[in-house]
Ligand binder design. Sequence first.
Ligand code: 3PY
Ligand code: MG
Length: 257
Amino acid sequence: MSSIFVKDGKGPKLGCTLGFGTTLSAQLVARAGYDYVLIDMEHNPVSPREAGNLTRAVAAASGGQCQGLIRVPSHGVEWIKWALDCGASGVVIPMVQSADETEAIIQRAVYPPRGQRSFGPALAPFASIDPSDSVQKYLQRASDIAIIPMIESLNAMNELDAICSVAGITTVFIGPVDLRMSMGLRGPDGGEDSYLQALTQAVRTCKHRNIAIGIFAVDARACSKRAADGFDFVLLPGEATLLASAARAQLEDCTKA
Ligand code: 3PY
Ligand code: MG
């Protein structure tokens, strides 16, 4: 299992989404104490250059305590290569449906002999806080990088055991919003039996295979439910949601006073 999500008895590892693409908000979030951030290129027009800048800003601001994961917009080799070559601790790939797709991702993300990743992590050492870091050291730790398929459809849930059996997969991440849509349900969370059973089964499958499993949670309430379900890591909403709710709360406080 990639060391990023190895639990330390303190509940699930907690992460925050980064969608603004600005180093200032990445630094503010990294300093808050999250275990990791998800730099989101899937649903935000964050460029590969910005994703690299954020990866370095997060490492520097947190003294290396907060890990930078990059969610790429698609399975394309160029996205995966840019994300990894800038030094991300993990790459998250949306909408993975099958073991065959997972194997293709591993081929793009892992160096030979297991995969076919091309060598050239020129910027990766700068995402480390160790001043002596180098391309050679990056090669030594490359096997600890988490390649994380997103499971976010009923079809992928049914394929989960096969996806988890692909060599090189140590971690999977459930996208509840897309998963629920594929089940005919709406919203980021809910108590429907079919949904809860799907989550229970997914956690069981991953525990059986010693695979870390994470999920997005829309708020603290959903986060504590997923912690109780046994998830290893939880991703929380990012800057837009945080800023909007803090701005509203501040206004309400001051108009009440
Ligand atoms: C989903 O819930 O579909 C997600 O992708 C969360 O990040
Ligand atoms: Mg999704």
